[in-house]
Design a binder for this molecule. Sequence first.
Ligand SMILES: Cc1ncc(COP(=O)(O)O)c(C=O)c1O
Ligand SMILES: Nc1c(O)cccc1C(=O)C[C@H](N)C(=O)O
Length: 414
Amino acid sequence: MPLSAPLTREHFERLDRDDPLGASRARFDLPTGEIYLDGNSLGAMPAHVPARIEHVLKQEWAQGLIRSWNDADWYPAPQRTGGKIARLIGAQANEVIVADSTSINLFKVLVAATRMQPGRKVILGERGNFPTDVYVASGVAELTGCELRCVEPDEVLAALNDEVAILSLTHVNYKSGRRYDMAAITARAHEVGALVVWDLCHSAGAMPIDLNGAQADFAVGCGYKYLNGGPGAPAFVYVAERHIPHVRQPLTGWHGHARPFDFTHDYEAHPTIDRLLVGTAPQLGILALEAALEMFDGVDMQVLRNKSVALCDLFIQLCDEQLAGLGVELRSPRDAAQRGSQVSLAHANAYPVMQAVIARGVIGDFRAPDILRFGFAPLYNSYVNIWDSVQALREVLESGEWDSPEFIARKSVT
Ligand SMILES: Cc1ncc(COP(=O)(O)O)c(C=O)c1O
Ligand SMILES: Nc1c(O)cccc1C(=O)C[C@H](N)C(=O)O
């Protein structure tokens, strides 16, 4: 519901005073004087994580040494942390485990799902998906003798037929923020006998997800965006309980074995979700992610989604009001029901414009060729952040300050 125009900063201050999630912002360690709108690439750091990791380093590792696999409960951290993510994505604790990276988990589940579909030879994907999803699917297609067929997002339903073994989609698109209707697409895929792999990188921790309600088959997602697990945090993988006994994933490492510490010669897959494990878990990363997930304790994901929708809607409303005639075009769906927790704008000079906006202390990012991307993390973004970031963007565009060698030539890989 748009607020009555024209909006003022006071509107946003009032919304912050009434925000049920407002207190959680202070529990993050964020630079003062800056506005962070890139939590869809790297989430902010919960302030309690360094002390937790220091304890892991100085006590559990330095003093406990090898005993800590047992005494400090390191060994079950992948299952325990998976169980905490399960609540956020509408899964049971025994269906989710933390392991490896999203790319590697995608590889594991795509091969496993293909093996469950003998006689079907098509992996259906989408054009414009995050590149790793397409690259991994093409590697899996080559390895399994399948064809990777990629269609435009609005052609996915029509492209589903009885040749399709696997449908591999990302729930919320990294560039546009467009969101698929997970339940409807999964239901249609099942009607034609296809299995679905959902990449939740841009939705886990940003909105309620109901994998079980959607009868989802497989899902993967990363720990370092809205889950705030830190740079390169380990990822998670979900397999519906009904599929677990049938999953044969290709990276048959010892931690996926039924009895790793029997050290037997032959591989025997673990009967549970543990069969998705490969090798030794990166403990520091998992324990940082586990600690970071405490930020979601007691958070009602629908309340979080309501705030995410409000932040995005208000950002769009302000852009409409304040950026008219400045060469900016909305590239995310206007309808919140079809959108994740980000807003993307197009501008012919998006790269230097974003560099100039960052120089003013508003951190978003650029996606080639022309996208200014702003991610909204309801746990730490305030309503006033919306007002202030649009002011910064307006000032950069009106002044033309982006048109300088400093911003045009600046190197950035993120
Ligand atoms: C949709 C999507 N999938 C996968 C990844 C990344 O995978 P990985 O963590 O393996 O680099 C990203 C972001 O980097 C992403 O946006
Ligand atoms: N994973 C990243 C990295 O290692 C370096 C820089 C950025 C990233 C990202 O996560 C990018 C992100 N997936 C995106 O949506 O663009």
